[in-house]
Design a protein around this ligand. Structure first.
Ligand code: ADP
Ligand SMILES: N[C@@H](CCOP(=O)(O)O)C(=O)O
Length: 293
């Protein structure tokens, strides 16, 4: 039996739609695999009642197929589905690493990124690697269709998860079809600022670079209370706040000493809008961890 813990991830980080991603220190999914004649899936944990066990509809099914690695796959969800914290991607990444080990496929973590991406595509409708890349490789990742660049950044974060669901598929429908030259210049400036901040472990630059005028405003409309939560987090010391992935999670960058106040401010901000929420005080963390029993 092989067991893998794969972390939650926050994709986009505002200015890096479908490209930037960060592994979070917590929460995480745990996936256990055993060889079997055909793939079967069992799901327990946070939000398990909303996750199909049919291999054609669970992200791990496509991964098992792509690796030609039929298995009994047990998923213990630590990351709520439809959260914006890369829940579906974490399971796919964990399954890719676990099945690669179980069947001695010999693929590197980088080679497993597009395979895990196939699993992610079964639920979001399109391939995007910005969750599975950090889930497998850790750190801050810049994922394009050709390559993934990893920065082992050390940035404190607060991820706040309201008790509402937004599916990635639906949130992709509100993404604008195009951009003006002015919007492109603004986005490139912010993305470059964020990347520089990651390379320097500088929360101020990372927060500044999270600001986005293109995709985030459309998605913020799907999250009850978003504007109030953002204002509250900034007032409590956050250096930047944006929608995590496709939402409804909201992510804030900060200095370590402000993390607790920011977490409380964000939860209160959602409460003011009549929405229950929980906050994770976290930081950029490592990629999936493999255990062989
Ligand atoms: N292993 C899995 N873990 C989480 N969600 C899954 C999994 N397999 C399929 N799903 C489905 O994927 C959807 C959630 O994925 P998505 O909308 O991308 O949100 P998230 O940000 O949580 O990844 C839900 O409809 C859920 O039922
Ligand atoms: N780039 C994707 C990321 C979706 O992340 P998730 O955590 O919400 O699955 C998008 O923005 O659609």
């Amino acid at each position: 039996m092989v067991t893998v813990r794969a972390p939650a991830t926050s994709a986009n980080l505002g200015s890096g739609f479908d490209v930037f991603g960060a592994a979070l220190d917590r929460p995480a999914d745990v996936v256990r695999v055993e060889k079997a004649e055909r793939t079967t899936i069992e799901v327990t944990g946070y939000g398990a009642e909303f996750i199909p066990e049919d291999p054609d509809r669970n992200t791990v099914g496509a991964v098992a197929e792509a690796l030609d690695a039929p298995a009994h796959i047990r998923i213990d969800k630590g990351i709520r589905p439809s959260s914006g914290l890369g829940s579906s991607g974490a399971s796919a990444a964990a399954a890719a690493l676990a099945l690669n080990e179980l069947y001695d496929r010999g693929l590197s973590r980088r080679e497993l990124v597009p395979i895990a991406g196939k699993g992610e595509a079964t639920v979001s409708g399109e391939v995007h690697l910005d969750n599975v890349a950090p889930a497998l490789l850790g750190g801050f990742t810049v994922a394009t269709d050709r390559d993934v660049t990893v920065v082992d950044a050390d940035i404190p974060l607060v991820a706040c998860l309201p008790e509402i669901a937004v599916s990635t598929r639906d949130a992709r429908d509100v993404v604008p079809a195009g951009a003006t030259m002015e919007q492109l210049i603004y986005t490139v400036g912010r993305a470059a600022t964020l990347t520089t901040g990651m390379c320097r472990d500088d929360p101020r630059l990372v927060g500044k670079g999270m600001h986005d005028r293109l995709v985030t405003p459309a998605r913020a409309d799907l999250i009850a209370g978003y504007d109030g939560v953002r204002e509250a987090a900034l007032a409590a010391g956050a250096t930047g706040v944006t929608v995590s992935g496709a939402g409804p999670g909201v992510i804030a960058a900060c200095y370590p000493e402000d993390r607790q106040d920011i977490a409380a401010a964000m939860v209160n901000g959602f409460e003011d809008a009549g929405v229950d929420a929980r906050a994770y005080q976290t930081k950029i963390g490592r990629g999936a961890t493999l255990y062989r029993d």
